[in-house]
Design a protein around this ligand. Structure first.
Ligand code: KG4
Ligand code: ZN
Length: 336
C-alpha cells in the first residue's frame, strides 16, 4: 500500500502543509508565509505568528489535499513539527494534526524541525550510504551533525549564541535592510567587493565544531558607529560582502574540519541560509579539493516547508515511531 503522508510545519513564520507519497513524490506543497506581516517589526513576533497560523492552518491543509488531488481519507499518516520552535506556533500545527488523526484514525508522527531540514534532501537525492554529515543553518539554528542512520542523528556542533540566519537578520536590520536579512545581504553582497574590511570569525578552540556569531554582530555595529562618528559614508554593499564572507567561511571551515576528522565524504545541507548561493559555491569549491560531495535541496525546500516534514515522517513511520494525543510542543531540544 502506498504511504501518503500529510506534512505540517508551523514552527516559525510559515504555515505549510504538503502531501508526500512514499517519502519521495511531492503531490502538493502549500506555504503561506507571514514574512510581509513580520517585516514591519524587523523580525518574527511570536504572538502575531501564532494568531496568523491559527487563521491559516485549516485553509492551508485543505488546499494541500485539494492540490494533491486526493481525498482526506487517502492519507495514511500525518507528520507534524513538534520541536523546536515557537510554542504557540507549534501548538497550532500539532492541534490540527491531532484533530485529523482522530477523525481519520491514522497515526500522527512527531518530527523534529532540524530532522525535517535534513530529510528535505531525500526528496531529490538517493542517499543510503551512511554516515553522512548534515549542516543545518537557519534563522533559529546552526548545527552540524553526523547522520548515522534514520534513528540516530548525532549533533557534534551548534551555535553558542546567535544562529547564522539570526546574525544575517540582525545585521541587515542595523544596515537598514528588509527582513529577512539573509537574502538582502546576499543581494547587496553581489554588488560589493572585497576590501580591507574583514570581520574575524570566532575561534572556539582547536577541534571544536561549535559556532558563534554574536561577536560578528557587535563588530559590524561597532564598525558602522565608528565610520559614522568619523563622518565617513558606509558602503552597504561592501559591508554585506564582508558579513557574508565571514558567516560562510565560519560554516564551511567547520564542515571541512568534520569531514576530515570523521572521514565522511558526503554532506547534506538544509535550512533557510542554505538558499545562499555563495555558501553552496564555497562548500562545493572546498569539497572539490578533498572529494567531499555536497547535497542541497532545491530552493523552495531549503526554507521551512511541509514537504520536509512529510519526508522525515515517512522514514520514522518505517521504524514504528508514532506520537499520541498527548503529543506536546517543545521550544528546544536535540534532534530526535
Ligand atoms: O529555515 P528557515 O526558513 O526558518 C527557520 O527555521 O529559522 O530560515 C530562515 C532564515 C532567515 O534568518 C533568513 O534570513 C535566512 O534563513 N535566509 C538566508 C537566505 N535566505 C534565507 N540567509 C542567507 N542567504 C539567503 N539567501
Ligand atoms: Zn527551518
Amino acid at each position: 500500500m502506498d504511504s501518503i503522508i500529510l506534512g505540517i510545519e508551523t514552527s516559525c513564520d510559515e504555515t505549510s502543509a504538503a502531501v508526500v507519497k512514499n517519502g519521495k513524490t511531492v503531490l502538493s506543497n502549500v506555504i503561506s508565509s507571514q514574512i510581509d506581516i513580520h517585516k514591519k517589526y524587523g523580525g518574527v513576533v511570536p504572538e502575531v505568528a501564532s494568531r496568523k497560523h491559527l487563521e491559516m492552518i485549516i485553509g492551508v491543509i485543505d488546499l494541500a489535499i485539494k492540490e494533491a488531488e486526493i481525498k482526506k481519507e487517502d492519507l495514511t499518516a500525518i507528520g507534524v513539527t513538534n520541536q523546536p520552535g515557537l510554542i504557540g506556533a507549534l501548538l497550532v500545527g500539532i492541534t490540527a494534526a491531532k484533530g485529523l488523526s482522530i477523525s481519520l484514525n491514522i497515526p500522527i508522527i512527531p518530527v523534529h524541525h532540524l530532522r525535517g531540514h535534513i530529510y528535505a534532501n531525500l526528496v531529490e537525492h538517493e542517499l543510503t550510504d551512511f554516515p553522512i554529515l548534515a549542516l543545518i543553518v537557519s534563522g533559529g539554528h546552526t548545527s552540524l551533525a553526523i547522520w548515522h542512520n534514520h534513528l540516530n542523528i548525532e549533533v557534534i556542533g551548534k551555535t553558542l549564541d546567535d544562529a547564522a540566519g539570526e546574525a544575517f537578520d540582525k545585521i541587515a536590520r542595523k544596515l537598514g535592510l528588509d527582513y529577512p536579512g539573509g537574502p538582502e545581504i546576499e543581494k547587496f553582497a553581489k554588488h560589493g567587493s572585497k576590501t580591507d574590511l574583514v570581520f574575524p570569525i570566532a575561534k572556539l578552540g582547536k577541534g571544536s565544531y561549535n559556532f558563534s556569531f554574536s561577536g560578528l554582530k557587535s563588530n559590524v555595529i561597532n564598525y558602522i558607529n565608528k565610520m559614522k562618528s568619523q563622518g565617513h559614508n558606509i558602503v552597504i554593499e561592501d559591508i554585506a560582502f564582508a558579513v557574508q564572507e565571514a558567516i560562510v567561511s565560519a560554516v564551511v571551515e567547520k564542515v571541512m574540519l568534520a569531514s576530515e576528522n570523521y572521514g565522511i565524504k558526503k554532506v547534506v545541507i538544509g535550512g533557510g541560509v542554505t538558499s545562499n548561493k555563495y555558501l553552496l559555491k564555497r562548500l562545493e569549491e572546498e569539497g572539490c579539493k578533498t572529494g567531499l560531495q555536497v547535497y542541497a535541496p532545491k530552493g523552495i525546500y531549503c526554507t521551512d516547508n511541509g514537504v520536509m516534514i512529510g519526508s522525515a515522517a515517512y522514514y520514522l513511520n518505517q521504524f514504528g515511531i508514532k506520537g499520541d494525543l498527548f503529543l506536546n510542543a517543545y521550544s528546544s531540544g536535540d534532534i530526535k
